[in-house]
Design a protein around this ligand. Structure first.
Ligand code: SF4
Length: 437
């Protein structure tokens, strides 16, 4: 006898604030956690996926089971969704980064939680759920191998446009920067999918532009080089994140460029070496930044710099000095963030020990609109103002012209991103102004 048909509702939860950020069209990449998770669901389940950036949750639905994934700033919002479904008798599973970091908190809003990576225990859980004897908490006993991860379910992707090609090749990063949640979740270990499986999935997207949603594509240089060789025949464009080590290896850059790499997001974090040392990221050498960026540019690859403000050694001068440096080095894009001590990180533990955490309202742990700890060398208001100044100045038309007019990557790639970030920066300022009015 075949198993009865069941309905599983997957929700990628985003608070209204995070939705506003993600709705900026060019930056709105497909969130892939749920489409990959769905690939592990047996075929007698009907799977639906709601990404809140695209459409709201319909609370009139009556699935057999709802599963919600979310990051820390969306936690209160996700809990409210979970509570509403549970009030109607629909069992709720919670998983994702925040649940892994704070499982006891999440358990209060769920019938079942997944701590760590869910995919590999997911089929077992569904079997137990159907038999009416499931547990309340599933913890991955060890970091699972990614050798046999299937392709994500594209029928659950919401976007079909040029940014719809999203996949991952590796998970994790070998480093231990003390503000980074990945270092906690993945215990500084890196795992890879098979090159063949990644290349096949990469080639299966009809679009030209692909996002490799890896934590650090340069975490295993030899794997990356083999992967890039396998991507060459597909003649697509791609972008990913990499640590600064990527810039030290010309063969890596040459193969990346040949396989269609148009941009690398590099976590520079700070132009202050003392701040980098403080954050346990001493392998970033500020004195080498200019050469590293020039080397990446020489291969026709744009650089998106990840910058964080608010380290203990940051003074008020850090904001203008950072933008001066970014303009002088000609980086094409930058993502500015306010230092945010996510729960579970070493940074959080240190600041909590120093009684410097200002709020535990997770919705304010967004890194862009709120300062949630007491900075050392400036007020929280000054940190927020400096962050806004850097965004405003870097994404002014003057700065965009100055940087892009000498970019090694053409305007079709760089201008839309700059325009999107300029728009996001404007919305941020507008919201802050509205909140203070
Ligand atoms: S290098 Fe990047 S991804 Fe790796 S631990 Fe540091 S911040 Fe996290």
């Amino acid at each position: 006898m075949s198993a009865p048909v069941r309905t599983l509702l997957l929700i990628t939860a985003s608070s209204p604030e995070i939705q506003r950020v993600r709705r900026s069209r060019v930056l709105n990449f497909q969130q892939i956690t749920m489409p990959y998770l769905a690939a592990f669901v047996p075929p007698h389940w009907t799977v639906l996926h709601v990404d809140e950036v695209v459409r709201p949750v319909d609370f009139g639905m009556q699935p057999d089971l709802a599963a919600i994934t979310f990051h820390t700033p969306s936690a209160p919002h996700a809990y409210a969704i979970a509570d509403r479904f549970r009030q109607r008798g629909i069992p709720v599973v919670l998983g994702g980064p925040h649940v892994t970091l704070l499982p006891d908190e999440a358990q209060e809003h769920a019938d079942v939680i997944f701590v760590g990576e869910a995919e590999f225990q997911w089929p077992q859980f569904l079997q137990e759920f159907e038999a009416g004897r499931h547990g309340q908490r599933y913890c991955s006993p060890e970091l699972p191998t990614l050798e046999h991860v299937p392709m994500a379910r594209k029928d659950l992707f919401h976007r079909r446009d040029h940014t719809a090609g999203v996949l991952f090749a590796t998970r994790g990063c070998p480093h231990r920067c003390d503000f980074c949640t990945l270092a906690v979740m993945y215990q500084s270990r890196v795992r890879q999918r098979s090159v063949q499986a990644v290349a096949e999935e990469y080639g299966s997207f009809p679009g030209k532009v692909i996002i490799l949603w890896d934590d650090n594509i340069a975490s295993d240089m030899e794997y990356a080089k083999t992967l890039f060789q396998a991507l060459v025949p597909h003649r697509k464009w791609w972008s990913s994140q990499a640590s600064i080590h990527a810039a030290a290896d010309d063969e890596f850059l040459e193969l990346a460029a040949r396989s269609g790499c148009k941009q690398l997001f590099i976590g520079l974090e700070s132009i202050s070496q003392t701040s980098l040392n403080e954050a346990h990221k001493p392998f970033n050498h500020v004195s080498d930044y200019g050469c590293a960026i020039a080397r990446i540019h020489s291969h026709g690859i744009a650089v998106q710099a990840g910058i964080v403000f608010g380290f203990d050694h940051d003074t008020q001068a850090i904001f203008s000095e950072t933008v001066d440096f970014l303009e002088a080095s000609g980086v094409q894009n930058a993502t500015f963030n306010i230092l945010t001590p996510f729960p579970g990180t070493r940074l959080y533990q240190r600041l909590e020990g120093e009684d410097r955490i200002l709020t535990r309202d997770w919705s304010r742990y967004n890194g862009r609109a709120d300062v949630v700890f007491r900075p050392k060398q400036m007020s929280a208001e000054d940190l927020l103002a400096g962050y806004r100044y850097a965004n405003r100045r870097f994404y002014s038309w003057t700065s965009i012209y100055r940087r892009l007019s000498r970019s090694p990557v053409g305007l079709p790639w760089t201008l839309p991103l700059n325009s999107a970030y300029r728009f996001t920066s404007f919305i941020d300022r507008l919201r802050t102004w509205q909140r203070s009015a």
